[in-house]
Design a protein around this ligand. Sequence first.
Ligand code: SF4
Ligand code: MG
Length: 330
Amino acid sequence: GAPLLEVDDLHVEFRTRDGVAKAINGVSYSVSAGETLAVLGESGSGKSVTAQTIMGILDMPPGVITGGEIRFHGRDMLKMDKDERRKIRGKKIAMIFQDALSALNPVYSVGFQLAEMYRVHEGMSRKDAKARAIELMDLVKIPAAKERVNDYPHQFSGGMRQRIMIAMAMALDPELIIADEPTTALDVTVQAQVMDLLAELQRERHMGLILITHDLGVVADVADKIAVMYAGRIVEHAPVDKLYSSPAHPYTEGLLASIPRLDLKGQDLYAIKGLPPNLMRIPSGCAFNPRCPYAQDICRADVPPLIEVAPARHSACHFAQQVLDKNGGS
Ligand code: SF4
Ligand code: MG
């Protein structure tokens, strides 16, 4: 179907006393109803800044949108008036953050905080709102919701708190959820449970889901497509199975090689050498060139455009075709 949300050639910079940090340098992606897009990258890659720009929670200033559009159902949110934008953000688009403890208010019960969503946005009575809060807690599979509705955030485990965050996001029946590292703070087994819940709700309600993560391992089972970000650009974009089996960009190749594999005991992990660039001094040409094992002179001279190397597969690398061929992808 038609895309729910389209980010189109977005540019964002941070103007600080020390200089201009180019955080987002022409990012485009889209997500449709019922579809999950994973946005993958190291910290500083621009994956969270893109989400914050969509949600209108970028620190402004120093954050400045210098170009591009963010379309929701085809209409540019950046050109809407404040009221119209507010109706979309928070209601039609909900966000889930990494740290539930700081997103929840410690002095109110979780039931109260869930009920507030209905009281504030839908003018429900206290009694009805509380009933809805319990339904939400059931929806996200919090055991004994009725008995726990008056408990405070600190009385729940990290995994249960993250379920409450998901409940909060689901309250107003959004069309799109943006989840920024939703399981990063949790133990591995709890991570999988929370991710399964999110994926299940996304399927049942036919929502769009943008899943932001630094961890390729957590998105393999739930994402339809992946955008890999580096230094404020998308360097590879592909259906998830294709990206895993045959990466078309050296950076993705490095990320995949860094995932510990249970079947290869005692292996040397290939960690990508070096650090992501300082966004005030992004290397010329391909921003990945100082860390890339394939780099040639052209990589230091020209920025590689994001091109289609195979059906539905895009890579921003001067040697994308060779990398894809080597990995058996074409
Ligand atoms: Fe490596 Fe060059 Fe491709 Fe950049 S363009 S990823 S430096 S081979
Ligand atoms: Mg982040």
